[in-house]
Design a binder for this molecule. Structure first.
Ligand code: 15L
Length: 273
């Protein structure tokens, strides 16, 4: 690897984990966020810029060996907010990579790109059996992300790995997350695999830990070299004591996107940030 990894949204939750964990795996980091990162690490480059500012993104991408694009409105919001930050931002990230000659882009997609996909009656759900089926405007922006990534892979030969992240939190806090949790350490492992896999071309993979209750097939992620280590089951007893046993027929558990598929997540319930 030569040149740092440019990480957008570096001041956010996942960005902070990556800034801590990727250097231990040999990656130099160039952080970019619209706000300054609070705790710049030794050797870390840091830039303050808007991810939708294409000129700034092209400058930021110069000399980078890869780009990890995290910057986003990270849940449902209004259409203007989602379309601007998430869709324009993903376009700018990919176009900046192309113009600056960055060969690989890792995109933080989401399970909500296919949120209305039902839980299979048996077995694990493969990515190929979960085509775009967004549950929100947020999910639409992740479908657009995957589509833009596919375009830049096919047309310009970039390696583009889309991570359909489950629930990336310090620890699971709901019974749904007993299946969908992606631990901080596994997040670092997954992004490292996406950065390291030889010639992945265009790939879409689930991003969850080795959860006992997982129902998303990790074969494709493992083929990149991802080896999840954590299991949300260690939190099961405490969560079930509070929330009860999950009812697998409830939309929260019966669909990929869980509660995002319910009426509460209608965009009209959200205000412009
Ligand atoms: C996501 O994509 C969101 O960014 C996050 O806030 C969670 O809602 C997560 O999905 C999830 O599905 O748990």
């Amino acid at each position: 690897m030569s040149g740092p990894v440019l990480v957008t949204g570096a001041a956010g939750r996942i960005g902070t984990w990556l800034r801590g964990g990727l250097p231990e795996r040999g990656w130099a980091i160039r952080s970019l966020d619209i706000v300054p990162v609070g705790d710049v690490r030794p050797g870390e480059e840091h830039l303050v810029a808007d991810v939708t500012d294409l000129d700034a993104m092209v400058d930021a991408a110069q000399g980078a060996s890869a780009l990890v694009h995290l910057a986003a409105v990270a849940g449902e919001s209004t259409w203007p907010a989602i379309s601007h930050t998430n869709i324009e931002g993903t376009y700018a990230a990919l176009e900046a990579a192309r113009r600056a000659g960055v060969p690989r882009v890792v995109l933080a997609s989401s399970n909500h790109a296919t949120g209305y996909t039902p839980r299979p009656e048996g077995g694990l759900l493969r990515e190929v059996d979960a085509p775009p089926r967004p549950d929100t405007y947020y999910g639409v922006s992740k479908v657009a992300m995957e589509a833009l990534g596919s375009l830049y892979a096919d047309r310009y030969g970039l390696d583009v790995v889309c991570l359909r992240i489950g629930s990336a939190f310090a620890e699971p806090t709901t019974t749904r997350q007993l299946a969908t949790w992606l631990s901080p350490a596994d997040t670092v492992s997954l992004v490292d695999a996406a950065l390291t896999a030889p010639s992945p071309g265009f790939a879409v993979v689930w991003g969850v830990s080795a959860n006992t209750r997982n129902w998303w097939d990790l074969t494709a992620a493992r083929a990149l070299g991802y080896e999840p280590a954590d299991d949300a089951e260690v939190y099961a007893e405490a969560l079930i004591e509070v929330h009860g046993e999950p009812d697998l027929t409830d939309p929260e558990h019966a669909r990929v996107g869980g509660e995002f598929t319910t009426a509460a997540f209608d965009a009209e319930n959200f205000e412009q940030p």
